[in-house]
Design a protein around this ligand. Sequence first.
Ligand code: SF4
Length: 335
Amino acid sequence: MLAVTGPHATQEVMDAVHQHLPKPHDPFLDLVPGAFGEAGLKLTPRHYAYLKISEGCNHRCTFCIIPSMRGDLVSRPIGDVLKEARALFEGGVKELLVISQDTSAYGVDVKYRTGFWDGRPVKTRLLELVQALGELAAPHDAWVRLHYVYPYPHVDDILPLMAEGKVLPYLDVPLQHSHPDVLRRMKRPASGEKNLERIARWREMCPDLVIRSTFIAGFPGETEEEFEHLLDFMREARIDRAGCFAYSPVEGAAANDLPGMLPAEVREERRARFMAVAEEVSTAKLRERIGTTMRVLVDAAPAMGRRGGVGRSYADAPEIDGVVQLLPPEKSASS
Ligand code: SF4
């Protein structure tokens, strides 16, 4: 027996289970719809939830096998997505994390079909979805955070909503590389886009914007020059939150057949060099925040905060970014 709870105390049961058996993070599987009303059975803590808007992907990145496992893009009907979002906010969710394999492509498969929500027509398209989510979140004073957004031109339309505070000024954009030849070998979506210019424009439109991204170092055939291009990009783009993987072949991926597989030490060495630059950028950007006041979502505050706690600012997505350590009252008063 893990705990004694009252009748219908679903959240307490889930809290007890999580306490004894922490759930490994998988943003693709975190939401299992259908078990408890519109909001589904939430496996995340009560105050945040993942909202999956589509399944599958129309791209064929050479290092990835997701399309072969999950198929082409299938967008969920916008009415269903918004119904679930409303149920989650009404159930106490204070932060909604929008996920998919390619959030920017929402609705492409259904040609941006017009759906219905609250008796009015709404297009199955990212801009309309984000607008509606912002409206749903507002009365609950809740956050909406966007993940897996590819830098297509139409993403620019979302930035004013971020600048107006309708959704968090945070974009998780999986860029993977900067050099056009590497991106072509990777067959990345939006590889022809001018990402530096795009990021600069986003920051002009919304100066508070925080960008998270992931990169791959040591992709087959990557030359030292191509890798240096990536380091220069990182310094110039000043990606706030960057993760980097040393390339590792996945069974069934097309990239396995590309020439120029690099030795494991080179891949690892490049990953470490990338992370050193990422750390410099991140430290400099965090220093700029010293002395500013930021709103924090409290994730844990034992003993009603008497022992301090842990929270996150808008710049920190749960489990993948940093945290804000909250001091106990006596220490914060003296600091
Ligand atoms: S990595 Fe490429 S192929 Fe894989 S899910 Fe993302 S966009 Fe689709």
